[in-house]
Design a protein around this ligand. Sequence first.
Ligand code: TMP
Length: 203
Amino acid sequence: MTRGVFITFEGADGCGKTTQIELLKKYLDEKKIKNIQTREPGATELGVELRKILLHYEKPVSDVAETFLYLADRAQHIEFEIKPMLDDGYIILCDRFIDSTVSYQGYARKQDINQIKKLNEIATKGLKPDLTIVFDIESEVAQKRLQGEKDRLEKEGLEFHKALRFGYLELAKEEPNRIKVINANDTIENIHKKVIELISRYI
Ligand code: TMP
């Protein structure tokens, strides 16, 4: 059995990545390529509980506590979902992963970036995605796209969202082989084509 492929999708809230993951899943299903869609936080049973706290807990949450909750979700996800599915040959399409923690808890919450990277390594036991696609969009445009009731992170202001966008772009500069940036201020069809181009060498 050959190992699968681990692809992660990143970007600010409102960047359109979930729509793109669903389109890609449909594309792979039609081609009968074994794949699975997952997400962070909230892919495991424990993760579902952590997601409720992370997105909707109403009292103040310390930045460090927030970081560890995301990491707890990730450790559970890696051990019981991602690692076994990779070993089983799946193409894994994961909505958010390590780069969200560096960008949100590191750059946007202004915590030590290197420490967050080390904590990520512990949570993942060193497993990194084969490919990460960042959907880049001006923070003002992304914020306008968010409709309905906002969760705890979405409620943060423009400065927070600009800092996390900067974080994603810095990460892409540091790891150009793994992290590819797509302009998300484009039509759904054009973005989908670019996603297919990027993943084609892995399928
Ligand atoms: P989403 O499922 O709508 O993307 O919501 C998840 C939220 O959690 C989103 O606002 C980004 C945030 N997040 C972090 O702040 N750090 C993380 O490590 C992850 C995975 C998500």
